[in-house]
Design a protein around this ligand. Sequence first.
Ligand code: AMP
Length: 578
Amino acid sequence: MTVSKFSSLGIKPAILKAIQNLGYEAPTPIQAMCIPVLLSGKNLLGTAQTGTGKTAAFALPMLSQLDDKQKTPQILVLTPTRELAIQVAEAFQSYARNIRGFHVLPIYGGADISVQLRGLKRNTQVVVGTPGRILDHLRRRSLNLRQIKTLVLDEADEMLRMGFIDDVEKILSQTPIDCQRALFSATMPARIRNIADTYIGDAQHVSITAKTETVEQIKQSYLILKSHQKLDALTRILEVELFDGMLIFVRTKSSTLEIAEKLEARGYTSAALNGDLSQSVRERTVKKLKQGLLDIVVATDVAARGLDVNRISHVINYDVPYDNESYVHRIGRTGRAGREGSAIILVTQKETRLLRSIEKSTRQKILPFKLPSNSEVSDLRIQQITKQLVNTSRSLELKKFRALVDSISVQNGMDAAEIAAILLYEGQKDRPIFPTKIDFDLKQKDPSVTKKSKQQNKSTSASVASRPIDSSKSQHPSKQKLTKNQPKKKPLATSRVSSDIQMLTYRIEIGHNDGITAANIVGAIASEADIASRYIGQVKLQKTFSTVQLPIGMPRQLLTHLRKVKIRQKELKISLLN
Ligand code: AMP
């Protein structure tokens, strides 16, 4: 596995500070390979897919070479979808947070062109856009590529698949012959190779080699879910899997602390393991895990390197690994000393490609993990409560409490069974005895997504950012699953949600000054909360905050998740307005 430090790669201090703040511990393999190449000014051809950290692999070196005197765009990134354009622009913004006067502008079709025109007039250093809209601006002469220093084609094979490649060629032909060029693609079909030969020219090829590794003793499974469902899924896994020691892998140092804290709050003995902790604290944690004083450790790849604890029966890939090699390394922390091990990987729909690539390199099938149904969970919780009740009744002197039950019963006309039922109800907390919500798609699909279904997925998610709201067919959300829907007629700003849905107004801590639009807010909430945008009511932008209407009865857990959702790297911190 590539081991290096961000500080030794030649990135500017202001950018290093930003990635430190984001909790990145070490460069991912693709970053360790690409950053020096791009800093040296060479062209690059990268075979890398989403999830490998490829955005930072080009953004960090490019930001390190910004010319602060140039007033016209210096970096152009072409992406296949507006969703990716927004994501890449946000990544640039977050890495450049310590660069004064930095501006990045996402440009994509379907969004208000006047906002883009205004953006192009102020000193925007980085433009990230979809080919069609970039061409539009070139035709209008609102964008000029003559002074572009660096050009990136991101997800080039997707641009080809979506039919944008002619537009891409037209754009490429308008960029200076000597500008630095980088092309990233998950695959390298002949047409992309052709483009690379014609427009990228002499380039260094970087790819994460997929070595074949054996992982025999380990049962591997996957679970496809939305990112906000991960904690729920983990909680259920913990409930149903018989584990001894467990290692949970996350991407950032801050996540190790956050997840470990949440597990502690749910009654599990857990601790974080990351590179910020002193050597002695780390050693103590590992020792405790060995001795069984601790059952769960939440770690980053760097901190868990070489960890050798026989009792680790389970490895959970809470965040996907950056490449096959780190996956194999991670799961190799279990199944030690001839024991059996189990590895579960949580993936979002977008990351399923990685599953296939792991299967290929390990020559082993990763099977769908069967999460228990609500009624199975219910049975399990009832068994546990019953056991607990029996144990307590055997070990404790309850005379005073019996007397108390009698007195409550007499004074309030309730019988003992009713009081017991109320106490059981009150005692459920985060673990309802009769869970009603189906959180996950229990029928896990095969990861080999067909081209057609992928295309459909793309078009749904691509419509998120500037999706209009439909008010024609609304039912109350509680009576209908809140699924995303086709784009409908009314424009966002003026649309209203059907009057039979009662709405509450929430405040979010992001506004005009952060350079966002109402569409960004609707897009973020729709995709993170998996609510069809037609259930998202009026959005009003103020300077430093905004308000948004959401249906009554939003689950508390969803709101807690939405508090942490970020747009432009700022947390929404959603709260109910009075
Ligand atoms: P990408 O492959 O560019 O889509 O990145 C996938 C995710 O990995 C993003 O959420 C990044 O913020 C995160 N990421 C990228 N590089 C690192 C790193 N070195 N350490 C931790 N997380 C990272």
